[in-house]
Design a protein around this ligand. Structure first.
Ligand code: PLP
Length: 382
C-alpha cells in the first residue's frame, strides 16, 4: 500500500545516518569525498555529481509523486531548463498561453536562439489543443492549476492525447504540490517543482526538482544535471527537507483559509471576479475535484474600479505583504502583470487573460480571521 503523504514527509531520511546515528539526516557540506583507491569509485565522489542531502530530498519527493527518480536543482527554472535539455535540438514544445512568466521567458529565449519552437496555446480549448498536437510536438508542458489564473486542465486527457501524438508530457506541479495532485499517476512523463515555493515553504532559499516516471529518464536527467551543473546545493537540499516535513500540515491550513477567503471575496460586491478552483461554478472546478485532493492555497481576483482601485486595495493591507513568490508561510499578494509575469509581453498577457489589475494571493498559515480582516481593510479602500 502506498504510504500517506504526511508519513513520507515526516519520516524521510529519519534514522538513516550510518555515522552518528543522528535522527535527522546530517548536513553533508563537503564538496568532495575520499576514495579508498583510484580504481574503486565510491557511491559519493564529487558533490556536483551526487550528494547525500539531495538524494534524501529526491527520494522523499519521488515517493510523494510516485516517480522512479529525479534530480534536485538549484531553482525551479533550472529544473525547467533540465527538462528542455532532454529534447532533441529544434523540438517543438506546446505550453499553456497563461503559464508562469518565467517559463514563458525561458521558452521564448530558447526559441529566439533557434534551439526549440514554442507554441503557446489555450490548453483548455479542445480544438486549439488538437490543432497544436498536429504540429508534431516533442513535449507538452502542462501547468495546472495555472499561475496566476488557476485554470485547470484535465491532466489524464491531455497527457493521453499527447502520448497518442508521440509527445512526452511534463507538468509543473508547483501550485498544487504533491500532497494535492500527482501528475505522473495521471500519465505524465515528468513533473517539475519550484521547491522554492510550498515544498520548502519558508521563503528562505531557491530550489527545484525534475522527477521522472521512468528510471531510464531519471538516469538521463541525472547525466544532464551533472553535465550542465544544474544540481542544487547541499545546504538548500537539507533545509528543503526540513520544510517538506510540514508540507501536508501547511497546505491543509493555507487551503482552508484560501477557501474561506475565496468565498468572502466572491460574495462581496466590490469584487469583480475571483479565480479559485474550489468555488462552485468556477470553470474547471469539476476537473480539479477529480484530479486534485483539494483546491489549494492560491487564488486571484479583481476588484471593481480597475487598476487604481487595485492599487488602493494593495496599499491598505498591513498583514498581507506585496511580494512575488508563493507557497510560503506568509500570505503574499502580487500584481502579476508587473511582477511575476513581467517576462510575458503585454500582448501575450492580454491574450492569456492576465489583466493589468489582476491580483494574485498566495495564502499562508496565519489565522484566517486576521487575513479576512486585512482584506476587508483593502476592500474599504477601493
Ligand atoms: N513554476 C511556477 C509555477 C512558479 O510560480 C515559479 C516561480 O514563481 C517557477 C516555476 C520558477 O521557480 P524558481 O523561482 O524557483 O526558479
Amino acid at each position: 500500500m502506498d504510504r500517506k503523504a504526511a508519513t513520507i514527509a515526516a519520516s524521510a531520511g529519519v534514522g538513516t545516518d550510518p555515522g552518528h546515528k543522528s535522527l535527522t539526516p546530517p548536513l553533508v557540506a563537503s564538496d568532495t569525498f575520499v576514495w579508498n583507491d583510484p580504481d574503486t569509485k565510491p557511491d559519493y565522489d564529487y558533490a556536483r555529481t551526487v550528494q547525500p542531502n539531495r538524494d534524501a530530498l529526491a527520494d522523499a519527493l519521488a515517493e510523494l509523486e510516485g516517480a522512479a527518480g529525479g534530480a534536485v536543482t538549484g531553482s525551479g527554472q533550472s529544473a525547467a531548463l533540465l527538462a528542455l535539455l532532454q529534447l532533441p535540438g529544434g523540438a517543438t514544445v506546446i505550453a499553456p498561453h497563461d503559464c508562469y512568466g518565467g517559463t514563458y521567458r525561458l521558452l521564448q529565449g530558447l526559441e529566439g536562439k533557434g534551439l526549440l519552437r514554442a507554441i503557446f496555446v489555450d490548453q483548455g480549448d479542445d480544438a486549439a489543443y488538437a490543432k497544436a498536437l498536429e504540429r508534431e510536438p516533442a513535449l507538452v508542458w502542462l501547468e495546472t492549476p495555472s499561475n496566476p489564473l488557476l485554470r485547470v486542465v484535465d491532466i489524464a486527457d491531455r497527457a493521453g492525447r499527447a502520448r497518442a501524438a508521440g509527445a512526452l508530457t511534463i507538468a509543473d506541479n508547483t501550485l498544487a504540490t504533491p500532497v494535492r495532485q500527482q501528475p505522473l499517476k495521471l500519465g505524465c512523463d515528468y513533473v517539475l517543482h519550484s521547491t522554492t515555493k510550498a515544498i520548502n515553504g519558508h521563503s528562505d532559499l531557491f530550489g527545484g526538482i525534475l522527477l521522472c516516471a521512468e528510471a531510464a529518464s531519471a538516469e538521463q536527467v541525472h547525466w544532464w544535471a551533472n553535465a550542465a551543473g544544474l544540481n542544487g546545493s547541499a545546504h538548500d537540499a537539507h533545509a528543503t527537507l526540513r520544510g517538506l516535513r510540514t508540507l501536508p500540515l501547511r497546505v491543509a491550513q493555507a487551503e482552508a483559509s484560501a477557501g474561506r477567503i475565496a468565498h468572502f471575496l466572491a460574495e462581496d460586491e466590490r469584487v469583480a471576479a475571483v479565480h479559485y478552483p474550489g468555488l462552485d461554478g468556477f470553470p474547471g472546478a469539476d476537473i480539479a475535484a477529480r484530479q486534485q485532493s483539494g483546491p489549494g492555497f492560491m487564488l486571484s481576483f479583481r476588484v471593481r474600479g480597475g487598476l487604481e482601485a487595485a492599487g488602493r486595495f494593495v496599499a491598505a493591507l498591513r498583514l498581507v505583504k506585496l511580494a512575488s513568490s508563493l507557497g510560503g508561510f506568509s500570505t503574499l499578494i502580487c500584481r502579476p502583470a508587473t511582477m511575476t509575469h513581467r517576462g510575458m509581453p503585454p500582448e501575450a498577457q492580454a491574450e492569456a487573460g492576465i489583466d493589468p489589475d489582476l491580483l494574485r494571493l498566495s495564502v499562508g498559515i496565519e489565522d484566517a480571521d486576521d487575513l479576512i480582516a486585512d482584506l476587508e481593510r483593502g476592500l474599504a479602500a477601493v
